[in-house]
Write a protein that binds this ligand. Structure first.
Ligand code: SF4
Length: 210
């Protein structure tokens, strides 16, 4: 049975004040996420970077600017989507968040999803993909596809930072964004989608179901 809806502002405040993992000590501020809390599309990245830590908003650095451009190219306004991360605080030196940090922060993400009820959850890059779908499958095999888990629809794409480091990936990012637009419009679902049960369900979903 679903949990009763959170108070959105209270949830945001809890994130801003959270001290539950070591990242609280090194952050400038927690970055809960940005966008409407009834968005159809929810983007989940890895963690805030330096600019995000300073500005308090996810995806505002160079990779974020590329994400905004990719959205605009297919006619999706950045302001119409909700954007957050697996962990809400910046890891020192932009290292990957540890599994303990991801697990500690996960209830916040669960509660955001539960509140927003997005139509499609976009997993941006390897860390959110492996964290949420609990898979170690390579991004090259997973990007641009839809995954159904426990009544929710996920779409996997490369992190835009990959396109900054490797320009040859930009056309792939553009194609995947176009696919996402089609899925969001319900025009077409890629036939390669994987069925529920092919990969193990995670605590992420069982927590959400409690
Ligand atoms: S990363 Fe998440 S769990 Fe850790 S301090 Fe920040 S908000 Fe809390």
């Amino acid at each position: 049975m679903s949990q009763p809806p959170d108070d959105w502002e209270k949830l945001r405040q809890e994130i801003l004040e959270c001290q539950q993992c070591p990242l609280a000590k090194s952050r400038t501020q927690a970055v809960p996420g940005v966008g409407p809390n009834d968005a159809q599309l929810m983007f989940i990245g890895e963690a805030p970077g330096r600019q995000e830590d300073i500005q308090g908003e996810p995806f505002v650095g160079a990779a974020g600017q590329l994400l905004t451009k990719l959205l605009e190219q297919v006619g999706i306004k950045r302001q119409s989507v909700f954007i957050s991360n697996v962990v809400k605080c910046r890891p020192p030196e932009n290292r990957q968040p540890t599994h303990i940090e991801r697990a500690t922060c996960r209830p916040f993400l669960n509660r955001q999803i539960q509140y927003i009820q997005p139509r499609v959850i976009v997993l941006v890059g390897r860390v959110p993909t492996e964290t949420i779908l609990e898979t170690t499958v390579r991004m090259g095999a997973m990007h641009g596809r839809v995954y159904h888990r426990n009544g929710r629809t996920f779409f996997v794409m490369y992190h835009p930072a990959a396109g900054l480091y490797n320009q040859t990936l930009v056309p792939t990012l553009e194609e995947d964004m176009q696919k996402l637009k089609s899925i969001a419009n319900n025009d077409r679902v890629p036939s390669e989608e994987r069925e529920q049960g092919q990969l193990p369900l995670s605590e992420f979903f069982s927590e959400e179901k409690k």
